[in-house]
Ligand binder design. Structure first.
Ligand code: 5AD
Ligand code: SF4
Length: 463
């Protein structure tokens, strides 16, 4: 492929380097920030040393977030100084949830930062860049504006997904659930959903550019309640049925879900739509009713078990993934044992587990009965050992089975190509590059640490 750069005047071209930490929503936001800056002449460069603008897109969800940001900013300041000595300017912007929560602190401790912006303000980025250039001073934008940022972000001129077979699509943001431990309701603000037509239009554009698998994103994605073309409010199930009609869109996923919003219509969509992948990330955090209440999760451990049962009744190949927190204030050995029991009862294909960390401003941070660090360590080790075993068992159970694999790229070894299973595991097969982009039937032969080996038995399967 030959690319011509002659249409763009080199004098107006500027390098943009975005560093992304945290969740998939941040990955999506970083792509959209690149989109809004493209008309100003900013083109991605892969090293900060060559960038006229560096955006650090941060995550605040667990501990040491702030220290990590300041240490990275120290590194970026050195780059800025070196470039300045060469007569080049570098704009440093801090985005994401740490920017939202610690905006003032960043500007006072790191005065060389030019722009601080919260997640709701990215559509104003061009204006902020212009203001920073004019004023030569720092710009801070962390208020939650009344308008919806989704309405103001441009349709991607060169789709972020060009050439990709899989893509993320943010459909919902924010959270009103106020779990005791979580900063998201404070950093991402109240819940809001994109209108259905805008989501469908973006999904169509993605599919036209070659995408076959879309992961719908939102902090509380299954609380989605977007305005439908009929003027009614549509839930995630309604949206999924509509998306499944797009020809060429063979796989749909969504994350992250809350058990409270896992209603029957969504469970039935898993029964009706083969496009909805049989793999669900449904964080439960704890298996103890006492702790679930303290966490303000709004459901019991048995209600969670019941949801899983319903999902497996309609989709027997459904596999589950989850998040767990050990050592929430007040968690006793018995509470922790109930978490272990829930894990044994459900059986998870994948899970993320964390030691509780105090997030300033959240209710649990000031709660009595904080659990000592060494107790959290012991519990985390036990939980992770069990979860690792379950992950391996799940992968092992696929050996000998024939599954559908979307082939996405070259493998690590010559003559090998790699794809992903319905359960997001990387699968390696022997094959040539022409197969990339096809969904094929693969018999699994071997489990590696975090991936599978298999043999292709048939080209092109019904998804
Ligand atoms: N301490 C530990 N883990 C946390 N998470 C969110 N907040 C905290 C916290 N204060 C975890 C939860 C959530 C995941 C994204 O991060 O398990 O589901
Ligand atoms: Fe945080 Fe709870 Fe909202 Fe998830 S549901 S984003 S854990 S407050």
């Amino acid at each position: 492929m030959t690319l011509s750069a002659t249409t763009t005047s080199t004098s107006t071209r500027r390098g943009l380097h975005v560093i992304t930490w945290g969740c998939q929503m941040n990955v999506y936001d970083s792509a959209r920030m690149s989109d809004v800056l493209r008309p100003l002449g900013y083109e991605p460069v892969d090293a900060p040393d060559h960038a006229d603008m560096i955006i650090l897109n941060t995550c605040h969800i667990r501990e040491k977030a702030v220290e990590k940001v300041f240490s990275e900013l120290g590194r970026l300041r050195n780059i800025k100084n070196t470039r300045e000595a060469e007569g080049k300017q570098t704009v440093i912007a801090v985005a994401g949830c740490v920017a939202q929560a610690e905006g003032q602190e960043i500007l006072s401790r790191a005065p060389y930062v030019d722009i601080v912006m919260g997640p709701q303000t990215y559509h104003r980025l061009p204006e902020m860049v212009a203001r920073a250039a004019r004023a030569g001073g720092a710009v801070i934008e962390t208020d939650f504006p009344a308008e919806q940022k989704f309405d103001f972000l441009p349709d991607s001129a060169a789709p972020q997904t060009a050439g990709n077979l899989t893509a993320f699509l943010t459909i919902q943001e924010g959270c009103d659930k106020f779990c005791s431990f979580c900063v998201v309701p404070y950093t991402r603000g109240a819940e809001s959903s994109r209108p259905v037509t805008s989501v469908i239009a973006e999904a169509r554009r993605m599919v036209e550019s070659g995408v076959q698998e879309i992961s719908l994103l939102g902090q509380n994605v299954n609380a989605y309640h977007g305005e439908g073309p009929d003027g009614k409010t549509w839930g995630l199930a309604d949206l999924a049925y509509e998306l499944a009609k797009i020809p060429g869109l063979t796989r749909i996923r969504y994350a992250t879900s809350h058990p409270r919003d896992m209603d029957d219509s969504l469970i039935n969509a898993h029964r009706d739509l083969p496009e909805l992948m049989p793999f669900l990330h449904l964080p439960v955090q704890s298996g103890s009713d006492r702790i679930l209440t303290a966490m303000n999760r709004g459901h019991t451990a048995d209600e969670y078990r019941e949801i899983i049962k319903k999902l497996r009744d309609v989709r027997p190949d459904m596999a589950l993934s989850s998040d767990f927190i050990v050592g929430h204030p007040g968690e006793t050995d018995e509470d922790f044992e109930q978490t272990m029991q829930l894990v044994r009862d459900v059986g998870f294909a994948l899970a993320y587990s964390f030691k509780y960390s105090q997030r300033p401003g959240t209710p649990a941070a000031g709660a009595p009965l904080q659990v000592p660090e060494h107790v959290k360590d012991t519990r985390l080790q036990a939980l992770q050992a069990l979860l690792r075993q379950q992950q391996d068992d799940f992968a092992e159970s696929l050996i000998g089975q024939t599954i559908s694999v979307l082939l996405t790229g070259k493998g690590r070894k010559p003559g090998q190509i790699t794809g992903r299973s319905p359960w997001l595991q990387p699968v390696h097969i022997t094959g040539t590059e022409e197969l990339i982009g096809q969904t094929v039937s693969v018999t699994i032969t071997e489990r590696l640490t975090n991936s599978l080996n298999g043999i292709m038995v048939k080209e092109t399967v019904d998804a």
